[in-house]
Design a protein around this ligand. Structure first.
Ligand code: ADP
Length: 270
C-alpha cells in the first residue's frame, strides 16, 4: 500500500485571498497518478487556500471563553468544513476524469480529536474501500475535539498521514509539496538554503522561526513533527516536489526520487 499526500501548496494557490484551485497542477498530477497507480493507494490532500483562511479567521482550535464565541466558532466550523469539502469534490472529480475510482472520505464525519490529536477514527471503512479497489481520498478538515476548552480543532492532512501510516503500515509514504524537500532554511526566503537528503531531527534546521509559514497547522515544522513521529514508529516517509512533472508518477512506480527522506534517530520528539 502507498499513502500519497498532495500538499495544499500544490493543488491550491496557497495565500490566495479566496479559495483558488491550481487546476494545471491538479490535472497533471491526476494523470501521473493514473499512470503510476498499482494496488492499494490512499490519497490525502491538504486544504491550502480552501481551509486555512477560514480556520484562522474563526480561530478554530483556540480556547472558547464564552457562549457567543462558541456560537461564532460553530459558524466558522461549518464554513471551513464546507470549503474543504468543495476542494475535495474538485480533487475527486479530477481523479475520476482520469478513470481513477476515487471515493471521498470526510474526516469531520468520523474522526474526533482530544487536545488536537486524533482520538477516535475507525479505519474499517477505508480498508473495505481498498479491498474493493477504490482509491480513498481523505483531507485536512475541521473536527470535534473532546477537550472542553477548545471543543473543535483543525486536523491537518499531515496528522492524518501519521495516523493512517501507523495503523495501516504502508510500504511507502510520499508527500508531494511545492519545494524539492526539506532545506536547512526556508528555500522560498533564502536562495542559499540547502536540501537535506536525510532528515532525522528538527535540529537539522538552522532555525525553527524561519520555517513557519501561513499554515494554521504548522506548515513545514508541523509536517516534520508528524513525520519524525512516524519515523520513530519505524515508518520512513519522503517529501518530494509535486510541482515538477513526473516525480509523483516515478515515486508511485517504485523509483527513487530526488527529495528528503525522514528517518529515525531513535530519540523521542515532543
Ligand atoms: P503543503 O501545503 O504542500 O503540505 P506547506 O505549505 O505546509 O506544504 O509547507 C511547504 C512550504 O514550507 C514550502 O512552500 C516552503 O516555502 C516552506 N518551508 C519553510 N521552511 C522550509 C524548509 N526548511 N524546507 C522546506 N520548505 C520550507
Amino acid at each position: 500500500m502507498i499513502i500519497l499526500k498532495l500538499g495544499g501548496s500544490i493543488i491550491t494557490v496557497k495565500g490566495a485571498e479566496s479559495p483558488t484551485i491550481d487546476k494545471d497542477n491538479l490535472n497533471r498530477i491526476s494523470r501521473e497518478i493514473k499512470n503510476g497507480i498499482k494496488k492499494d493507494l490512499i490519497i490525502v490532500h491538504g486544504a491550502g487556500s480552501f481551509g486555512h483562511p477560514f480556520a484562522r479567521g474563526y480561530e478554530i482550535g483556540n480556547p472558547i471563553t464564552s457562549e457567543e464565541e462558541f456560537e461564532r466558532k460553530r459558524i466558522g466550523f461549518s464554513l471551513t468544513q464546507s470549503w474543504v469539502k468543495k476542494l475535495n469534490t474538485l480533487v475527486c472529480d479530477a481523479f475520476r476524469e482520469q478513470g481513477i475510482p476515487a471515493v471521498s472520505i470526510q474526516p469531520s464525519s468520523f474522526i474526533i480529536t482530544h487536545g488536537k490529536r486524533i482520538e477516535i477514527a475507525n479505519l474499517d471503512l477505508i480498508i473495505e474501500y481498498l479491498n474493493q479497489g477504490f482509491v480513498p481520498v481523505i483531507y485536512g478538515d475541521v473536527v470535534l475535539d473532546t477537550d472542553e476548552n477548545i471543543k473543535m480543532a483543525v486536523l491537518s492532512g499531515d496528522q492524518i498521514i501519521n495516523h493512517l501510516a501507523i495503523n495501516l503500515t504502508p510500504t511507502r509514504v510520499i508527500l508531494g509539496t511545492d519545494v524539492d524537500g526539506v532545506f536547512n532554511k526556508n528555500p522560498k526566503k533564502d536562495s542559499g538554503a540547502e536540501l537535506i537528503e536525510k532528515f532525522t531531527s528538527l535540529n537539522d534546521l538552522d532555525s525553527l522561526d524561519t520555517t513557519t509559514n501561513i499554515d494554521v497547522t504548522g506548515g513545514m515544522v508541523g509536517k516534520l513533527k508528524e513525520l519524525l513521529h512516524l519515523a520513530e514508529a519505524g515508518i520512513e516517509s519522503e517529501i518530494i516536489n509535486a510541482g515538477k512533472e513526473g516525480l509523483i508518477e516515478k515515486a508511485l512506480n517504485g523509483e527513487e526520487v530526488f527529495g528528503t527522506t525522514i528517518k529515525s534517530t531513535g530519540n523521542r520528539i515532543n
